[in-house]
Ligand binder design. Structure first.
Ligand SMILES: Cc1cc2nc3c(=O)[nH]c(=O)nc-3n(C[C@H](O)[C@H](O)[C@H](O)COP(=O)(O)OP(=O)(O)OC[C@H]3O[C@@H](n4cnc5c(N)ncnc54)[C@H](O)[C@@H]3O)c2cc1C
Length: 408
């Protein structure tokens, strides 16, 4: 049990939650939350949804109002960057020149948007979408935008495409793979979501890479692709994945492998340092190999797990992963984690726009992808958490209430 002082690096979803949960757990020592973004910790999901659509203001996406931090005795240092970790002395160095002592350090440094390394990628008008500052930069440009090109048919790209069509923009999505969301969902769900966007006017270029951007009057004007297609663009949003922020951990000599390597308790190789959220790679019972997940659920539940451990109630992290994405009128919810090769069983009616795809691996339920079917999603989370056996026949039988499979 930690008593003296916890420092949390990263004032995002996970870092905020560690600080808040430590107090909920009754921890009475000092908590210092250090984040390099200006302002209060905020939620990222609205950045590609309501915030970008102009339906939510900056204050509305803050995780807590300013008074929360003083009331809870959480020292928030922002914007401030942690530049070094001295494990032997248990101190962190700050960009401002100060250094602070910790008894336990939590690395919740998140991830940063990957930027293509093709010619012209640094032209004004080409933006990633990771931070509130990115979204604000996009909002400032949008009034002059008619043609939006989205590079990457992942979750963020598709959400931005949906907001773009709502705004009446010409939207094109350029995707390297042969379908959207290929790494994350079954072919059926990919096809449904792409069709839905196409009906709203989004144009797709599949199996296409971007090879260069070119500009006019000091900003991006064209996107050149591997298929010799050129697309005109007033704004390019790049959603081609993220790089975990592992530099601090690496500098501190901690094992790093596409994420900070942690054990089942989310501890790094140093028992005085934990890592959580988008930056951490952890062993899970849901997959054969350790995994790094990027979701609000993962950041929040891992933060709670670490806070409980620091307060003396440690248990291995074992929560069922889940995720959501809003794309126009469609809400995708995923419970569990699928892999290429998992079989897919349809439940419900695709034509009605309400269905789920149950993914099975070696005869066991591995994940459930639900479109506009929150009841299936909630049941799936419970079934996965309980380890309840589900057969493909039961999954396909839409007349069977999934909740009845759970033990009373
Ligand atoms: C546009 C967008 C939409 C999303 N939509 C969804 C969604 O619909 N559903 C969902 O489940 N998930 C969604 N996500 C993912 C989700 O927001 C992330 O998984 C979650 O924020 C991860 O939390 P985190 O604390 O690990 O990292 P982050 O929230 O990224 O926070 C990390 C923070 O640490 C800071 N930092 C890094 N290094 C340092 C340092 N050395 N010193 C100080 N500070 C540092 C970073 O600047 C950042 O502020 C979305 C993400 C984005 C970007």
């Amino acid at each position: 049990m930690v008593q003296a002082g916890v420092i949390v690096v990263g004032g995002g979803q996970g870092g905020f939650q560690v600080a808040a949960s430590l107090r909920e757990e009754g921890y009475q020592g000092s908590i210092t939350l250090i984040g390099d973004e200006p302002g209060l910790p905020y939620q990222r999901p609205p950045l590609s949804k309501g915030f970008l659509a102009g339906k939510a203001q900056a204050q509305q996406i803050e995780l807590r109002p300013p008074a929360f931090y003083a009331e809870q005795g959480i020292a928030l240092l922002a914007p401030e960057r942690v530049t070094s970790v001295d494990r032997a002395a248990r101190r962190v160095g700050l960009a401002s020149g100060a250094s602070l002592a910790y008894e336990h350090l939590v690395l919740a440094t998140g991830a940063r948007a990957r930027i293509p390394t093709v010619p012209g990628a640094d032209l004004p008008g080409i933006l990633p979408l990771r931070s509130r500052a990115d979204a604000e930069a996009m909002l400032a440009l949008l009034p002059q935008v008619r043609r939006l090109v989205v590079v990457g048919g992942g979750f963020i790209g598709l959400e931005v495409a949906a907001v773009g069509t709502d705004m009446g923009l010409d939207v094109r999505v350029i995707e390297f793979a042969d379908r959207v969301l290929k790494r994350c969902v079954s072919a059926g769900v990919s096809a449904y979501l792409a069709d839905a966007q196409a009906k709203r006017g989004v144009q797709f270029s599949f199996e296409t890479g971007v090879i260069a951007f070119s500009g006019s009057e000091g900003r991006v004007a064209r996107v050149q692709t591997s298929r010799d297609d050129d697309f005109e663009a007033d704004l390019v949003v790049v959603g081609v994945g993220v790089e975990p922020n592992v530099e601090l951990a690496r500098q501190a000599g901690l094992p790093v492998q596409d994420g900070i390597v942690v054990d089942a308790h989310l501890l790094t190789a140093d028992p005085a340092i934990s890592a959580i959220g988008d930056c951490a790679r952890y062993p899970t019972t849901w997959l054969a190999a350790p995994v790094r997940l990027e979701s609000v659920q993962n950041a929040v539940d891992q933060a709670r797990c670490v806070a409980a451990r620091l307060a003396g109630r440690g248990t291995p992290y074992s929560k069922v992963p889940w995720f959501w994405s809003d794309q126009g009128d469609n809400r995708l919810q995923i419970a569990g984690v699928s892999e290429a090769g998992d079989s897919a069983v349809l439940r419900g009616d695709r034509a009605c726009g309400k269905f789920s795809v149950f993914r099975f691996r070696a005869g066991r339920l591995a994940a459930v992808e639900s479109i506009n079917s929150p009841a299936d999603h909630m049941a799936a989370r419970k079934l996965l958490a309980a380890g309840t056996p589900v057969t493909p026949e039961q999954a396909a039988d839409a007349s069977l209430k999934l909740a009845t499979l759970l033990a009373p």
